[in-house]
Design a protein around this ligand. Structure first.
Ligand SMILES: [Mg+2]
Length: 128
């Protein structure tokens, strides 16, 4: 069933906290800390993945590269992607939109805000 949220960030603290908040909201999660791993997980489990929370700045594959791969693959057309961005980099938000991101969350964020944002995006998706 499509009900997993994949969290990908190279900062362990972010992954840990995001995972904790989402589980608190009764979401199922999968975590990883680099883009290559994220793409592998998506390839293996795309039928189970509802949403990806994706960090932009990571060593190796950047979040933009991962986003591009997801959005250019027909198999993944139902997977939503929310970017973790740093507030001061406004151009990243535009670039993310251009590449097809479904939303963004600026770091640092509050757990409650993250959870509400995710809930909202998933609710909107259901309506479509
Ligand atoms: Mg990072």
């Amino acid at each position: 069933m499509k009900d997993n949220i994949l969290i990908c960030d190279d900062e362990p603290d972010i992954v840990f906290l995001t995972d904790k908040f989402l589980k608190h909201g009764d979401y199922k999660t999968i975590t990883c800390n680099n883009g290559k791993e994220a793409l592998k997980i998506i390839e293996d489990k795309f039928d189970d993945i509802l949403l990806v929370l994706l960090d932009l700045m990571m060593p190796g594959l950047s979040g933009f590269e991962v986003l591009r791969s997801i959005k250019n693959d027909e198999r993944y057309k139902d997977i939503l992607v929310i970017l973790f961005t740093v507030k001061s980099f406004k151009e990243d938000i535009q670039k993310g939109k251009d590449l097809g991101a479904d939303g963004y969350i600026t770091k640092p964020f509050k757990g409650e805000d993250l959870l509400n944002y995710v809930k909202d995006i998933l609710k909107k998706k259901k309506k479509k």
